[in-house]
Design a protein around this ligand. Structure first.
Ligand code: SF4
Length: 337
């Protein structure tokens, strides 16, 4: 969803297609997927781009964005051309998250995407500048709630007739917005199969610590074609959703997703661990957070608490209050309960 944001020189700005961000392992380049949805052929091409021009690692962020990692300065212009060939020409800023299942889940307000489009159009035409990391969440309700997502402004269905104006009034005064922290007690999306009326439903899986390797993305493309409608939706909390999967195919689809590294179990400890990329991928990192996160998941398979592991004191990975906070210091880790 495109909203203007030109604060590339302010602390905390986000990478985009046109303004990649330098990280410890090279440029970070965000793929502008509208409403975070992609067809299988696009997924294959993104995986291919990641292997050719990056380090074959793709991040799925807490906002449901895909980012290529490890792109060199030399490869960046070629990558841009490649992505332009796929139709990714313009940046879209991701200041709005809408319900990922809008138009699919009958219990979700189907109009939520149009509201987002109307708001974005107004903000762009009025040239209203939002803070770089500002996030508006429009929650259409249904089986995939967004109430646990950390954001700066939150509106939930049922939406009134004047909702667009109401939102715009809030966005004109972002300094008055009160941040909404991630809520670890909010209902998490159900991992696995959720049926709708009739035979079909959705499959939800999660990317472990938000990392999807290029080979896994390619296999995801195959799985969504084989069992779903050939499309994948990426969502906040680092989930991947396959719509229109039949009940009889659900187990096979989940098995294949697990086979390529996705989390398919609601009780998987990794769901409760938020770890930033840490060192060496982030130049500020003072510890290999992902390695530690994997160790914690293995050591505490029944982990119920929320754990936030950071490579430095910036604490990028989680905007809520974790039960356990672990921060790399360079000499080891500090742990706070
Ligand atoms: S918390 Fe520190 S090490 Fe981790 S991603 Fe943020 S800046 Fe990098």
């Amino acid at each position: 969803m495109m909203l203007s944001s030109k604060n590339s020189n302010v602390k905390g700005w986000c990478p985009t297609l046109n303004r990649p961000m330098q990280s410890g392992d090279g440029f970070l380049v965000r793929i502008p997927l509208e409403f975070a949805r992609a067809k299988a052929n696009i997924l294959r091409s993104i995986a291919d781009a990641s292997t050719r021009y990056g380090n074959a690692n793709i991040d799925l962020t807490m906002r449901g964005n895909l980012q290529l990692r490890g792109v060199s300065e030399e490869n960046y212009p070629v990558l841009r051309e490649y992505l332009a060939g796929l139709g990714f020409v313009k940046d879209i800023a991701f200041n709005i998250i809408t319900s990922p299942l809008a138009g699919i889940d009958p219990s979700c307000d189907a109009g939520v995407q149009q509201i987002a489009k109307d708001v974005a159009q107004f903000i762009n035409s009025a040239n209203i500048q939002l803070p770089a990391k500002f996030l508006l969440v429009l929650d259409g309700g249904g089986i995939f709630p967004l109430s646990g997502v950390a954001c700066d402004a939150y509106f939930a269905a049922p939406f009134s007739n004047g909702i667009v104006k109401q939102i715009i009034d809030v966005l004109k005064n972002t300094h008055e917005c009160k941040k909404k922290a991630a809520n670890s007690n909010a209902r998490l999306p159900h991992i696995g199969f959720s049926p709708f009326a009739g035979e079909s439903g959705i499959i939800v899986a999660a990317a472990s610590f938000g990392r999807i390797e290029a080979s896994s993305l390619t296999r995801l493309a195959v799985i969504c074609e084989k069992y779903g409608n050939g499309e994948v939706i990426f969502s906040p909390s680092r989930n991947v959703i396959l719509p229109y999967v039949s009940q009889e195919n659900a187990d096979s689809a989940l098995q294949e997703l697990e086979g390529c590294g996705f989390i398919v179990n609601n009780n998987d400890a990794r769901r409760n661990i938020h770890a930033c990329v840490g060192s060496p991928a982030c130049s500020s990192g003072l510890g290999d957070t992902r390695e530690l996160a994997h160790k914690w998941a293995q050591l505490f398979p029944n982990l119920m608490q929320t754990v936030h592991i950071s490579g430095c004191s910036k604490g990028c990975a989680y905007r809520g209050k974790a039960d356990i906070t672990i921060t790399a210091t360079g000499d080891g880790y500090d742990i706070a309960l």
